[in-house]
Write a protein that binds this ligand. Sequence first.
Ligand SMILES: Cc1cc2nc3c(=O)[nH]c(=O)nc-3n(C[C@H](O)[C@H](O)[C@H](O)COP(=O)(O)OP(=O)(O)OC[C@H]3O[C@@H](n4cnc5c(N)ncnc54)[C@H](O)[C@@H]3O)c2cc1C
Length: 454
Amino acid sequence: MAVSVEGLASTIKGRVVEPSGADYDESRALYNAMIDKRPAAIAYCTDETDVAAALRYGIEHGLRIAVRGGGHNGAGLGSVDDGLVIDLSAMNAIEVDAPAKMARVGGGALLKDLLWATHEQGLTVPVGIIGTTGVGGLTLGGGIGHLTRAFGLTIDNLAAATVVLADGSIVQTDSEREPDLFWAIRGGGGNFGIVTSFSFRCHPLTTVLAGPVLYDMDDTADLLAWYRDFLPAAPDELGGFFAFLSIPPAPPFPEELHLRKVCGVAWTQAGEEESEALREARSFGKPLLDGVAPVPLPGWNTAFDELYGPGDQWYWRGEFVREVPDEAIAVHAEYGPAMPTWKSTMHLYAIDGAASRVGNDEMAWSYRDAIWAPVFAGVDPDPGNAGALRDWVRGYSDAIRPYGMGGGYVNFHMDEPDRVRGMYGANYDRLARIKTQYDPDNVFNVNQNIAPAA
Ligand SMILES: Cc1cc2nc3c(=O)[nH]c(=O)nc-3n(C[C@H](O)[C@H](O)[C@H](O)COP(=O)(O)OP(=O)(O)OC[C@H]3O[C@@H](n4cnc5c(N)ncnc54)[C@H](O)[C@@H]3O)c2cc1C
């Protein structure tokens, strides 16, 4: 029987889409087509009072609440069957205060909105590598990207936030106001409230020297052994993630390389002048292709948006690792060439440098002593390949687990409840206590959920 949402449309200023609406299917679609959820209603909120009103309506009517930022979550945690989706996509305004080097960002903005708005003022905030990802989900989970070694995680640059709490009240939080809440939202995901606005500290940077340097798959062991020793010793300004990928069948990649499975490193140097370290990196081995060039940062950060558009099947898992021993390299060399489809990939993100100079207990993110965050992503448009994507990701991540730290990044997971504790690591118990303080009834439970402490 359909769940009634009578009266919701007149409760908020924004649009409400119900199952009877002509655009319901379009509106409920998530980035990951492997997830198919049918909410009772989608409320397109226009401001924080709308968010608070929609939330109150949902609670009073016994609806489960989901919050949707960019809708990119692998597990589809921006939506919920038979519940209320509070959609923030209309709340995407960005205000940049250039003299103060600050950006105020709506809770539903996308990374590309933030990247271009700050770029126009000669500034940037370190975020993820695909422009269509939501600032909301990415930031609350942590935020890994091209500039993590140079400027830290996205949360390391968060100065303040406006949050709608589980009781519908609206609070400002920073290191002085509601400090426990501020601690918890920097890595604790969407467990503590709905963030309607983020204030970020910005860095002066417009152009980076960036691009992939790609090698034959047979070079995997040599490249990975060199990379694991080289990068942690390199200056913070140089970032680069090791990857397995298939060369996309499109320009600017040479046709003779299209769809060839390769290994490589996607380099990003914060600044235009080629450093000694980057020169040394580019001279390693015999690359098939060296695409490093000066590029406006938002251009590099959106370069793969088209390739990874919405509607593909995705299966994800992540780990944190401190070392990549030879035995782990052998595992990578086995699973990399076995990528099940050409869009499938493995990225080994470097999360040391600036990100490692924050203490494990300074905010919710508890893996500051990790050097790498591998992500295993099975991707393909064909639903018939879903099983193959899942099997490869699970097999690969299970085989790497013995070399890991017992957890993985909250934003790189499907819905696997037995993995949740590991995502928050040593900070789980403190997060559960703060959850009791701010959301004792677990209103915000459509996420990698932290149960309130008893
Ligand atoms: C193609 C692709 C590339 C990616 N690249 C990176 C990367 O480079 N680095 C990285 O760190 N991650 C990356 N991710 C992972 C990404 O961080 C997560 O998928 C994240 O959950 C996406 O956030 P979203 O707002 O788009 O998602 P949504 O599905 O809208 O939301 C995800 C979760 O966050 C909550 N949420 C979202 N916004 C808010 C808010 N304003 N207030 C409260 N809760 C909120 C939701 O309730 C949900 O639980 C990538 C994902 C994809 C699909």
